[in-house]
Design a protein around this ligand. Sequence first.
Ligand SMILES: [Zn+2]
Ligand SMILES: [Zn+2]
Ligand SMILES: [Zn+2]
Length: 292
Amino acid sequence: MKVLTLEVEKMMADSLAGEIFACHECDHFYYYELIPVGAKANCQHCGNLLYRHIPDSLNRSLALYFTALVLYLIANVFPFLSLELGGRVVENILFSSGWAMYELGMGELGVLIILTSILFPFIVIAGMLYLLIPARMGTVAPFMAQVYRIVNSIVPWSLVGVFMLGVLIAIVKLQDLANVITGPSLIALALLLVVYTAARASFDPHDLWSLTGHSSSGISSDDIANHKILNCHTCGFLSRHTGEHQNCLRCTSPLHHRKHNSIEATWALLAAACVLLIPANVYPVMTVIRFG
Ligand SMILES: [Zn+2]
Ligand SMILES: [Zn+2]
Ligand SMILES: [Zn+2]
């Protein structure tokens, strides 16, 4: 088994060796080199992480995403919080909390909870399993590139942690009012948070892209010198600049030169975030109205 793993790793290293790629942050060009297990390659110019050598990443990420799916199902089927008030027990499942928000007139918050804590994590977990199971068998999943792009764009909005924080605040605040009983869903949710993060960290995109057979080896130093290369921001594949609206050959993402004024836009968003951070920290997160 160990020999087999080594062989697969050697094959992957061979398929990447000599492949040219560019740093996502500063567009500096590099050739792939095999680095030791657990090591990272960083850009010499801007320090950005270029790639890592994650041992057995395909099996590991597949196992972790499968565990995440099981935990996700437990988290959604069983109650996460039960409230006991005067002999009456109210059980809450994950979905009903979003629905309760809606019924209380906080529809936007309800939608936000359902999207970030229920729908988006499911799309990420199911999407990754859809890509990884065929990859484990050495085949490319149908519409791999499209599914990868959808999953990739949803990852930043899949925030199980936010919901956990909300639940913990609710537990602390509600304790004086009612007897709060935590359900199996809450434990599954906490475990999901850990497993999900580990699954993301152990995934190596090259496990998928190496199956497509596309390589950047056709890029010459002349192309690079003439600035005719577009760096795909989804999969890192390099393409020759041919037309105005070009898509990545490997993952079908639209290609573009560096965004104009992207630094100004980043500063504007950062400033807006700073302004919003002040009321978010000064005002109470929630107010509990006590009865009796
Ligand atoms: Zn760089
Ligand atoms: Zn881009
Ligand atoms: Zn691409």
